[in-house]
Write a protein of this length. Structure first.
Length: 277
């Protein structure tokens, strides 16, 4: 897919960060936009920015992407108001609970998986029939560099992003002979609120969140145009990508632990340390 003029682009999580950047970049290319976010205030701000830039006719709806019925209603509303979607960008996500496995509560796992994975699943399944009806289109699912390697204090988040990866790679194979392209994005170190809002998020942000989300949006658009199926990008994303397949699991885990040890709560980790004989 090369040209986005007059094409209908659906973006979840468009109230801030990468989602807002996707909206602004696709608008510059003449796309018609259907936007979602859980936060109605943030979503309204994105729509206001688009109007200020002279973009009209944006359809937006605030709801939780982890609500399957709400997602199906959104897809029906997009079809009714704008027509069949051409591009679906399943971008909405939340940070994890920021605790080790033994300290994390069940609700954190359930919430993170419901939004980060099932939101992607529901969005893909709701809009894929519209893309197929157009006989062209693109599915863009946002995983993370933490869908490449597991990191401490992020088992809920990593589980959700690994799930997105597995789901999307399966979909790629299933649509191999289809006119629909499927793209899997592993961003890392992007300067958004998702990590900042997690426990120890401010410290993590200062160290690792260096990449402008506008740069990500431009790369994703180029990815769709070129047909590239996997995109790994952002600050320190390349070392993690190489580490995910070029280093033994044992060595990788030691490296990750040494890199992140200073950000781990010693009181929480004391219960798991080896005891002297």
């Amino acid at each position: 897919m090369k040209d986005f003029k007059e094409k209908i682009v659906v973006i979840t999580g468009a109230g801030s960060g990468m989602g807002r950047s996707y909206a602004l970049e696709f608008a510059k290319l003449g796309a018609k936009l259907a936007l979602n976010d859980y936060d109605p205030k943030g979503l309204a701000q994105t729509v206001a920015l688009l109007k200020k830039a002279g973009i009209k006719g944006v359809f937006s709806k605030a709801f939780d992407v982890g609500d399957k019925a709400a997602m199906n209603d959104f897809a029906a509303a997009v079809q009714s108001k704008l027509g069949n979607a051409h591009v679906i960008i399943n971008n909405a996500g939340v940070g994890g609970g920021g605790q080790p496995v033994w300290a994390m509560d069940d609700q954190s796992y359930e919430r993170t998986l419901q939004i980060n994975f099932f939101g992607v699943l529901y969005g893909t399944r709701a809009f894929l029939p519209q893309l197929l009806a157009n006989d062209e289109g693109a599915v863009v699912n946002i995983s993370s560099v933490f869908g490449l390697v597991g990191t401490p204090n992020a088992s809920d988040y990593c589980a959700s992003k690994f799930a997105v990866r597995g789901f999307t790679e399966s979909l790629m194979v299933e649509l191999e002979e289809s006119p629909i392209s499927v793209h899997l994005v592993h961003p890392g170190g992007i300067n958004t609120n998702i990590a900042k809002d997690s426990p120890n998020g401010e410290e993590f942000a200062r160290k690792f969140l260096k990449t402008d989300p506008d740069d990500v949006a431009k790369e994703v658009i180029q990815c769709i145009r070129s047909g590239k199926q996997r995109l790994v990008l952002g600050h320190q994303s390349l070392p993690l990508w190489l580490m995910s397949w070029g280093v033994s699991l044992e060595r990788r885990n030691r490296l990750l632990y040494s890199m992140l040890k200073g950000m781990l709560d010693p009181k929480l980790y004391a219960v798991a340390r080896r005891r002297a004989p």
